[in-house]
Design a protein around this ligand. Structure first.
Ligand SMILES: Nc1ncnc2c1ncn2[C@@H]1O[C@H](COP(=O)(O)OP(=O)(O)O)[C@@H](O)[C@H]1O
Ligand SMILES: [Mg+2]
Length: 159
């Protein structure tokens, strides 16, 4: 089973991200995939809003990982926002130790995460951003972790 949601505008993508925050639990790893400009960072902005992040979200392309403190009722304290697009090798992703970063009370959203899917060593969720035409995107959620969140994702896809 997979879950889809359409986003016709950047604001729709933000709304999809904000609603997706309700699906998240601490220690979750979410891999975001899709071409440059597909809306991955825009989606993270929405998730950050849903998690109660007050800082501005910018693309972490050059820093690879940014951490944001959250304020929510979900028990998620830290949002780790990564972009592995410029990572030279899988070893560098291993060095980021993302699996350890999210232990206890964090979640990680990783742009271009599919490039590093093999290094996480645990179940993950994936969100694939498919650009149908210039503006319209379809967000497709899948992954082992997603299959344990069926009810929440049904709600996400329908809202
Ligand atoms: N439906 C849409 N969803 C997301 N972004 C959109 C959409 N339509 C237009 N945009 C624009 O496309 C760009 C997406 O950029 P960004 O989120 O940084 O993508 P990525 O991180 O995947 O490279 C933004 O400038 C945004 O305003
Ligand atoms: Mg980006």
């Amino acid at each position: 089973m997979i879950w889809r949601r359409e986003a016709r505008t950047a604001d729709d993508t933000i709304a999809a991200g904000e609603a997706f925050a309700k699906v998240l639990r601490s220690t979750d790893i979410v891999l975001l995939s899709g071409t440059l400009g597909a809306g991955k960072t825009t989606f993270v902005k929405g998730v950050a809003r849903g998690l109660g992040v007050r800082e501005r979200i910018t693309s972490p392309t050059f820093t690879m990982v940014r951490e944001h403190q959250c304020a929510n009722d979900l028990g998620i304290v830290t949002l780790h926002h990564c972009d592995v697009y410029r990572v030279g090798s899988l070893d560098e992703v291993v060095d980021l130790a993302l699996g350890e970063l999210v232990e206890e009370s964090g979640v990680a959203l990783i742009e271009w995460g599919e490039l590093a899917a093999t290094v996480f060593g645990r179940d993950v969720m994936t969100v694939d951003f498919v650009v149908d035409d210039e503006e319209k995107r379809t967000l497709i959620v899948d992954g082992e972790l997603a299959h344990g969140r069926t009810a929440l994702l049904d709600e996400w896809a329908a809202s």
